[in-house]
Design a protein around this ligand. Structure first.
Ligand SMILES: Cc1cc2nc3c(=O)[nH]c(=O)nc-3n(C[C@H](O)[C@H](O)[C@H](O)COP(=O)(O)OP(=O)(O)OC[C@H]3O[C@@H](n4cnc5c(N)ncnc54)[C@H](O)[C@@H]3O)c2cc1C
Length: 439
């Protein structure tokens, strides 16, 4: 069997893998290959999301330090890139509302976090009930924050465009190939891949970057990295709003999460970049990272259930009373379309549940849990001598993909994994981005 050799292999062609590939090829002379199991890049979470360039006010600057920094930096970078490519970057802002009096205190904390994370004071304004009514007459709430520095984009399109730049700069892409095994050698890794026709091939790489999204933990385990971590998958579903609701609000409306530790449970009112509106996402527990339908969910049922019984961290979580009550009350409740829309009707009372009849595109979050059964709040960058694994890369992962990738490439140059960054990137100075995230 013929073995091809690369400087860097990236496993996974989602927005993160493609962004890293882009900076590696545009900023260095590394010989790079992206391996992607699907026919096109961005087939999973990277095109199955809400499409927001999130402002960083929701992220605790200590517990979610990386997410906070990359979310802040991502806004300008996506704006610059979209303008250069003439792709829509709709700066429409967002309203985060308080559904009850006690949420107002939380909103004030978000304003502080937003400013600590880099927002200017006039980017994020606290509005009382009347001030909110003045800008959004159909919204009912006890106060809100209006953040101007928030935008709507099509991340699937941005990833495909970035992939084209990556190819133009000399990067290689092997799609419809799935990584099934890795073998570490003294100074390189042998990566076993399989095609859809079950043909097996071996790729040799000096260094591997794992950006396999919902499968990233499985890949990390093959490198014996992150063995004390486990994952759980939640499908976020959406319902499309009828056209008559397109002028109901001028911007997307989010609400203060009922459970601060699980901000992904509360559905939002979303205005997408093309102007259509949706409600979502909810969080349906599923057994696999691609369990969009019943068949895939069933296929993963036995392996995942076994894991829950035999793996310490998952067992600890599933015997935790607080989590069980969350699972039965909040998560199970969100399965129903009626309950989901009811949650949004609390702040947008004009909605009529009967008018929501078409599902949107669901995406799956893969959340990591440690041995004690606690959810990991931030993304994790775990390394060994020949590989880097980006795990728990959830929202605002699409927003942060460009700055995180620039930082990673600069770090690889500092560590001499790739040659000193030589070529010029006309859009960004990656040393500068590195220093903003690292320090
Ligand atoms: C419902 C939902 C809404 C969201 N909304 C937003 C939002 O509005 N704004 C925001 O910033 N973020 C949002 N996010 C988060 C964001 O979408 C993700 O953080 C981001 O897309 C993750 O990108 P990725 O490249 O790491 O993963 P993915 O897009 O999942 O890419 C991983 C790739 O790896 C490939 N792969 C996996 N295993 C293998 C293998 N063995 N061999 C080869 N290839 C493999 C997969 O096919 C896939 O293409 C949302 C997420 C969800 C679930």
């Amino acid at each position: 069997m013929q073995t091809k050799r690369f400087d860097i292999v990236i496993i996974g062609g989602g927005i993160l893998g493609v962004s890293i590939g882009y900076f590696l090829t545009v900023n260095s002379d590394a010989n790079v290959l992206i391996i992607e199991r699907e026919k096109i890049v961005s087939s999973h979470t990277s095109s199955r999301n809400t499409g927001k360039v999130h402002a960083p006010f929701l992220y605790d600057p200590i517990k979610k330090k990386i997410f906070a920094k990359i979310s802040f930096l991502g806004y300008n970078m996506w704006e610059t890139y979209s303008n250069q490519k003439k792709i829509q970057f709709k700066q429409d802002g967002v309203l985060e509302i308080a559904k009850q009096d006690k949420d107002v205190k939380i909103l004030k904390k978000y304003v502080e976090w937003g400013i600590q994370n880099g927002l200017e004071e006039n980017d994020i304004l606290f509005l009382n009930e009347q001030q909110t009514k003045a800008i959004e007459p159909n919204v009912r709430c006890n106060g809100s924050i209006y953040c101007k520095r928030d935008a709507s984009v099509d991340y699937g399109l941005l990833t495909t465009t970035l992939k084209n730049d990556y190819l133009l700069a000399g990067g290689k892409l092997l799609n419809l190939h799935r990584v099934v095994g890795v073998k570490k050698q003294k100074d390189s890794c042998l990566i076993e891949i399989v095609t859809i026709n079950k043909e097996r091939k071996i790729i040799d790489s000096k260094y591997v970057i794992n950006t396999a999204g919902g499968h990233s933990l499985d890949i990390a385990h093959q490198f014996e990295v992150g063995l004390d971590l486990f994952d759980l998958h939640f499908r976020g579903e959406y319902w499309l709003a009828p056209q008559e609701y397109e002028r109901l609000t001028s911007r997307s409306i989010y609400s203060v999460p009922k459970q601060q530790n699980f901000p992904f449970l509360d559905p939002h009112w979303i205005i997408k970049s093309d102007g259509h509106c949706e409600i979502g996402p909810n969080a349906v527990p599923v057994f696999g990272p691609y369990s969009y339908d019943f068949i895939d969910n069933l296929k993963n049922f036995i392996p995942k259930t076994k894991e829950i019984f035999y793996k310490k961290g998952l067992w600890a979580l599933f015997t935790n009373r607080e989590f069980l009550s969350l699972l039965t009350n909040e998560i199970a409740g969100s399965l129903s379309k009626r309950v989901m829309i009811q949650r949004v009707k609390q702040f947008l009372p004009a909605l009529d549940t009967k008018k929501f009849n078409t599902r949107g595109t669901a995406g799956i979050r893969s959340l990591l849990i440690n041995e004690k059964g606690n959810f990991i709040p931030d993304t994790l960058l775990l390394k060994n001598s020949l590989s880097l694994h980006i795990l728990n890369y959830n929202s605002p992962g699409a927003t942060g993909a460009l700055p995180l990738s620039a930082m990673i490439v600069q770090e690889l140059a500092n560590e001499q994994v790739i040659n000193k960054v030589t070529k010029n990137n006309q859009l960004w100075n990656i040393e500068d981005i590195y220093s903003k995230i690292k320090f």
